[in-house]
Design a protein around this ligand. Structure first.
Ligand SMILES: *Cc1c(COP(=O)(O)O)cnc(C)c1O
Length: 395
């Protein structure tokens, strides 16, 4: 099966009951047995079945299966949110005295885990400059339990070489986790590049409609099972209603991503020519520092881009409300275009100083391209540029 077939058919078979063509929302918290021995066998894992909603559920199961098939993984486990997936993975795999190596501009919530929470448990965290592969390799060589990657990064769209760093990590016996939220399984498959685990905020592109929260991790059975055991106790399962919305959204994953890839390329090229735009960050642009790596490691350049305006935050504040076809909102990866400045979106959790340390300019606009017509989006941007032209003082 190719990606588009997987996103439509993948993982559903077992959960289609009574001839239903769509996976039903099973809202029952518990599952009953006529036979105590069978019940016991299911608890012991000797037989397939469902026990209690904090463990798993037929709707949730179908969602996990669909992502598993798309990532070509042995196993998958889902969570209430993307952050639950990330924190459960890290708290499962790390113990006091262990060390994590990662990069400075991971997602804001992940960065918060690294700087505030893991250190409280005696876990050492080393964050390198995101694109400095030599520095990363040097830190990995010193020994670490986990190498945590995110590529492309949010919001400056920097790329990290998954294959190269996975190789370095495996030489010291580290487990590699890659956040694949931005790329989706359509544009990038980290497991095939050497990452041990892949994590998604399903809230974004997988669901694609901004109406359900969720997270998921895929990888080999032994690691995924460990994380599942921890999640079961930690208590952050995916809700069956959300699982249903995510499954429904994922059926169109391939065609949405293809369209978003195309739209983002057109818009990035347009922005590049705008006199009021200081910088455009999009790996699809041939002069982008990550372009060559993107061609090597990705199947598409993605639907996310960011750009900075001459005139800084002041200009951004005038510009954004003029856009007609863009929600000013913190979400990304939906069918509608969403925009926002960084301090209210991906890095709302961080202070100004923390954002500065991550190399994120305050005049940066995160633009998550939807599936609208690209010419309409460009016209919309054009009129907003025209509006601010005379209003802002260019520094
Ligand atoms: C949004 C996001 C997360 C967190 O996901 P939630 O579902 O909001 O908890 C993690 N990583 C990346 C790259 C994200 O964009």
């Amino acid at each position: 099966m190719k990606h588009s077939t997987k996103s439509v058919w993948g993982g559903e078979e077992k959960s289609l009951i009574a001839g239903a063509t769509q996976v039903p929302i099973v809202s029952s918290v518990v599952f009953a047995y006529d036979d105590v021995d069978k019940w016991s066998d299911v608890i012991l894992g000797k037989e397939d079945g469902y026990i209690y909603g904090r463990m798993t559920n037929p709707t949730v199961d179908a969602f996990e299966e669909k992502v598993r098939v798309l990532e070509d993984a042995e196993a998958a486990v889902s969570f209430a949110t993307g952050m639950a997936a990330i924190s459960n993975a890290l708290f499962t795999l790390l113990s006091p005295g262990d060390r994590v190596v990662s990069v400075k501009d991971t997602y804001g919530g992940t960065n918060k885990l690294f700087i505030d929470h893991l250190p409280r448990f005696g876990i050492e965290v080393t964050l390198c400059d995101t694109t400095d592969h030599e520095a990363l390799e040097k830190e990995i060589k010193k020994g670490c339990k986990v190498l945590y990657l995110e590529t492309p990064t949010n919001p400056t769209m920097k790329l990290i070489d998954i294959a190269r760093l996975s190789k370095a990590a495996h030489q010291v016996g580290a487990i590699v986790i890659t956040d694949n939220t931005m790329a989706t399984p359509i544009n990038q498959n980290p497991l095939q590049l050497g990452s041990d685990l892949v994590v998604h905020s399903a809230t974004k592109y997988l669901g694609g409609h901004g109406d359900a929260l969720g997270g998921v991790i895929c990888g080999p059975k032994n690691l995924v099972n460990q994380i599942y055991e921890y999640r079961m106790i930690n208590g952050a399962p995916l809700d069956p209603n959300a699982a249903y919305s995510l499954i429904r959204g994922m059926k169109t994953l391939q065609i949405r991503i293809e369209r978003q890839n195309e739209n983002a390329m057109e818009i990035a090229s347009f922005l590049k020519k705008q006199p009021l735009v200081e910088d455009v960050f999009y790996p699809g642009l041939t002069d982008d520092p990550s372009h060559e790596l993107a061609k090597k490691q990705m199947n598409g350049f993605g639907g996310m881009l960011s750009f900075s305006l001459k005139g800084g935050l002041e200009a951004v504040n005038e510009f954004l409300p003029r856009l007609r076809f863009a929600h000013l909102a913190a979400n990304l990866g939906a069918v509608e275009t969403t925009v926002g400045p960084v301090h209210t979106t991906s890095h709302a959790e961080c202070t100004l100083e923390e954002r500065k340390a991550m190399g994120i300019p305050e005049g940066l606009v995160r633009y998550s391209v939807g599936i609208e017509n690209a010419s309409d989006l460009i016209e919309d941007l054009e009129q907003a540029f025209k509006y601010i032209e005379n209003k802002i003082t260019v520094k």
